[in-house]
Design a protein around this ligand. Structure first.
Ligand SMILES: *[C@@H]1O[C@H](CO)[C@@H](O)[C@H](O)[C@H]1NC(C)=O
Ligand SMILES: *[C@@H]1O[C@H](CO)[C@@H](O)[C@H](O)[C@H]1NC(C)=O
Ligand SMILES: *[C@@H]1O[C@H](CO)[C@@H](O)[C@H](O)[C@H]1NC(C)=O
Ligand SMILES: *[C@@H]1O[C@H](CO)[C@@H](O)[C@H](O)[C@H]1NC(C)=O
Ligand SMILES: *[C@@H]1O[C@H](CO)[C@@H](O)[C@H](O)[C@H]1NC(C)=O
Ligand SMILES: *[C@@H]1O[C@H](CO)[C@@H](O)[C@H](O)[C@H]1NC(C)=O
Ligand SMILES: *[C@@H]1O[C@H](CO)[C@@H](O)[C@H](O)[C@H]1NC(C)=O
Ligand SMILES: *[C@@H]1O[C@H](CO)[C@@H](O)[C@H](O)[C@H]1NC(C)=O
Ligand SMILES: *[C@@H]1O[C@H](CO)[C@@H](O)[C@H](O)[C@H]1NC(C)=O
Length: 390
C-alpha cells in the first residue's frame, strides 16, 4: 500500500516535475506549543520568487496568509506564549494576500431561496470560540497537508468543523468533487459543517470570509463567474467563480480564490448529494484588530496600503428541507497567488469530441459530395439528352 503510494507519488513527480520546493514546519520557534495549537509555515521556493505560507488556527479563526518575497527571503515568527505575535521578513514582501473564516452564520432562510439574505434573521458564531485539534498531517517536500477538527467550546452551540488544507508542488486536479485545480501557487481547502444544532425553523449555515491584500485601500476585490465546458472533472457544474484582488486583475501577480458554485450535503460527494453554493457581494470591512493573526501580520503597514474586504458563502436549494435535513454541508475552494488556473481539455475529451463532431461532418460531407456528383452527372447528361432530342 505504502509502496504503491510512493510509486504513484514518484511517477507523478516525474510526470509533473516540481514547480516549487516545499519546506514546512509545525509551530516553528514555539517551544511550548502542544497539539491544541496549530500553525503550519511553508516556504515554497520557486525559480523567481518564494511564497511564504501560513495556515494558522492558534486563535480559533482559521487564517491563510500568502506573502511573496524574493527567492532567498526568509520569515521568522516570534511567539507570545502559544500565539504568533510578530512575523519578521529578511527582505520586504512583494505582495501579500490573506483570508480568514472569522465567523459562521446561522441564518433563517425565510423565503426558502437557499442563500443568506439581509431581510431574514441571522446569528453570528465567531470562530474565535472554536477549539481546534490537529487530526492528521503530512509535512514533506512532496505534499503539505493538515486536517483539523474544530468544536465550539461553549457546549450549548454544538457542531463540528472539519477542515483540510493541502498544497502540492505541482499542478493537479483534486481527488474529490468538484475536482478543483490546485498548483504549486495555490492551496486546496475543504471545509465541512457537521452536526450543528439549529435554533431556527429554516436554518442554514453560511461562512463569512475576511480578506486582506496589500493593494490600495480604496480599490476593490471582485468576482467573476465564467463558464467552463469541463464536464469531465465536474459533471453538471458549468460555472467557475473567481475572486481576484486588484493586482491579480490587472497584472496576474495578485491573490485569488477559485471555486465552483456547488457544495455537498453528504460525506460522500456525488452529483446527487450536491447543493448550490452562493457568493454574496464583496463589501468593505475595517482592518482586523491586533488581537487576530491577520491583524498581527499586517500591523506594520500603513492603513492606505491595505485592502480589507468581506463576503459570505451560503448553501442550499429551495425545497431541500434546510440544513437539518442532512446536518452536513461541505465545500471546497482554492486560495492562491497569480492567475487562477484554467482547466485544460484532456486528450480523451479531444478524441471523443473529434469522433463526435467528425462522424457527422464526414457523413454530411459525403452526403453533399454524393449530391454534387449526381447533379454534375445529371447536368452533363441533360444537355446530351437535349441534343439527342433535337
Ligand atoms: C540565493 O542564495 C544562493 C545561495 O546562497 C545564491 O547562490 C543565489 O545567488 C541567491 N539568489 C539571490 C537572488 O540572491
Ligand atoms: C513583537 O514586536 C514588538 C514591537 O516591535 C515588541 O515590543 C515585542 O516584544 C515583540 N514580541 C515578541 C514576542 O517578540
Ligand atoms: C482523526 O479523526 C478520526 C475520525 O474522527 C479519528 O478516528 C482519529 O482518531 C483522529 N486522529 C487523531 C490523530 O486525532
Ligand atoms: C506560479 O507563480 C510563478 C511566479 O510567481 C509563475 O512563474 C508560475 O507560472 C506560476 N505557476 C502556476 C502553475 O501558475
Ligand atoms: C453526526 O451525527 C450522526 C447522527 O447522530 C452520527 O452518526 C455521526 O457520527 C456524527 N458525525 C460526527 C462527525 O460526529
Ligand atoms: C439533525 O439533527 C437534529 C438535531 O439537531 C435531529 O433532530 C435530526 O434528526 C438530524 N437529522 C439527520 C438527518 O440526522
Ligand atoms: C417555527 O415553527 C413553529 C411551528 O411551526 C411556529 O409556531 C413558529 O412561529 C415558527 N418560528 C418562526 C420564527 O418562524
Ligand atoms: C472589478 O472592479 C474594477 C475596479 O472597480 C472594475 O473596473 C471592474 O469592472 C470590476 N469587475 C467586475 C467584473 O465587476
Ligand atoms: C493593539 O491596539 C491597541 C489600540 O488599537 C493598542 O492600545 C494596543 O497596545 C495594541 N496591542 C498590541 C499588542 O500591539
Amino acid at each position: 500500500m505504502h509502496l504503491q503510494t510512493l510509486l504513484i507519488v514518484f511517477l507523478l513527480s516525474l510526470a509533473y516535475g516540481q514547480d516549487r520546493q516545499l519546506i514546512s514546519k509545525l509551530n516553528p520557534g514555539c517551544p511550548n506549543c502542544d497539539s491544541s495549537y496549530t500553525l503550519v509555515y511553508t516556504r515554497a521556493e520557486g525559480q523567481d520568487d518564494t511564497i511564504h505560507q501560513i495556515w494558522d488556527f492558534t486563535r480559533g479563526v482559521p487564517s491563510v496568509i500568502y506573502a511573496v518575497g524574493t527567492v532567498n527571503s526568509t520569515m521568522t515568527i516570534a511567539w507570545n506564549r502559544r500565539e504568533p505575535e510578530n512575523f519578521t521578513f529578511t527582505e520586504s514582501v512583494k505582495y501579500s494576500f490573506a483570508a480568514a473564516i472569522d465567523k459562521l452564520y446561522e441564518y433563517e432562510d425565510c423565503q426558502d431561496v437557499g442563500h443568506i439574505d439581509d431581510r431574514c434573521p441571522r446569528r453570528a458564531l465567531p470562530l474565535r470560540d472554536v477549539g481546534w485539534a490537529l487530526n492528521a498531517s503530512i509535512l514533506t517536500s512532496d505534499e503539505v497537508m493538515i486536517t483539523m477538527h474544530g468544536f465550539y467550546k461553549d457546549r450549548r452551540r454544538s457542531g463540528l468543523i472539519h477542515m483540510k488544507l493541502d498544497l502540492l508542488p505541482f499542478t493537479d486536479y483534486a481527488v474529490d468533487l468538484p475536482r478543483l485545480i490546485h498548483t504549486a501557487n495555490s492551496s486546496l481547502i475543504d471545509i465541512s459543517l457537521v452536526n450543528f444544532t439549529t435554533s431556527m425553523n429554516a436554518s442554514r449555515y453560511a461562512i463569512h470570509f475576511l480578506m486582506v491584500s496589500t493593494d490600495n485601500w480604496n480599490d476593490v476585490m471582485n468576482y467573476t463567474m465564467r463558464k467552463s465546458l469541463d464536464d469531465e472533472h465536474t459533471p453538471g457544474v458549468f460555472e467557475i467563480i473567481e475572486v481576484k484582488t486588484p493586482k491579480s486583475r490587472t497584472s496576474g501577480a495578485g491573490g485569488f480564490m477559485q471555486f465552483r458554485p456547488v457544495g455537498y450535503t453528504e460525506q460522500e460527494r456525488s452529483v446527487s448529494s450536491s447543493t448550490n453554493a452562493y457568493i454574496s457581494p464583496i463589501t468593505r470591512k475595517p482592518l482586523p484588530n491586533n488581537m487576530t493573526t491577520l491583524g498581527r501580520f499586517y500591523k506594520d503597514y500603513e492603513p492606505v496600503e491595505l485592502l480589507a474586504q468581506q463576503m459570505f458563502i451560503s448553501f442550499g436549494l429551495p425545497g431541500d428541507g434546510y440544513y437539518k435535513q442532512r446536518n452536513f454541508t461541505s465545500w471546497s475552494f482554492t486560495f492562491g497567488y497569480g492567475s487562477p488556473p484554467v482547466e485544460s481539455v484532456s486528450l480523451f475529451v479531444i478524441i471523443i469530441i473529434s469522433i463526435g463532431l467528425g462522424v457527422p461532418v464526414l457523413l454530411a460531407l459525403s452526403g453533399v459530395t454524393f449530391v454534387l456528383v449526381r447533379r454534375y452527372r445529371q447536368r452533363r447528361n441533360l444537355p446530351e439528352r437535349f441534343i439527342d432530342d433535337e
